[in-house]
Design a binder for this molecule. Sequence first.
Ligand code: ADP
Length: 244
Amino acid sequence: MSVLSIQQVSKKYQNGVLALDDVSLDVAPQQIFGLLGPNGAGKTTLIKCILDLVRSDQGQISILGQPSTQASSRIKLGYLPEDHLMPEHLNAEQLLDFVGQLFELPVRIRKERIDTLLNQVGLESRRKSKLKTFSKGMRQRLGMAQAMINHPQVLILDEPNEGLDPLGRADIKDLLLQLKGAGATIFISSHVLAEIETFCDHVAILHEGKLIREGSMKELTAAQDLEHYFVELIRNQPTTSEAV
Ligand code: ADP
């Protein structure tokens, strides 16, 4: 069974932009699945459709065999949004506690997980710091921690490397490989292709809402690195609208 099954999904926004055009994908268990595409390709829209934050016009999405429109299917997900906003007046452990409460985790479990997660993402020494004092990189690390508070079976990450320095990116990569080793499936959108190439098993490439390529990382990078493969592929696509 696929962990995420996306079948013939289309989404047109009210302004007439066709953000997704008949997209089908299957994500296998314990895969690190990379979702790539230039700006405006539809990556965030697809992620929001998986989370039911945006309703597709057409098609079906299921999470571990259950329709994504059922709230009970989404309890198994962890999500790091792109450009996430955090309540600035909270400190790191208060934010994690708040997210843990949303998942209705008992206080003892929340405490344990907050300790473990703050260590895992390297923020233990800043646990009492207000979020308004956090750098972009620290916010991303905390964003990863909040996405893992419910021990998700599926982790959905929208640009987790955004704003991270090389050390931060290496830490996130180690964390993802560790989570995969523990049985999680990871669906990740990113622009940092050199990074993605080092840890993704499988890749899908969107362009103007259409899935234009999908395959294992091995297949796609057999002749050249991912960045060159990607640039060549996108340059050779007929363009129907301006990139956003
Ligand atoms: P990506 O994540 O690949 O950059 P998006 O999914 O954000 O792409 O956007 C896909 C297309 O849909 C773009 O043309 C974008 O301008 C448009 N779009 C995204 N969100 C909205 C929205 N809420 N309303 C109207 N158009 C949108």
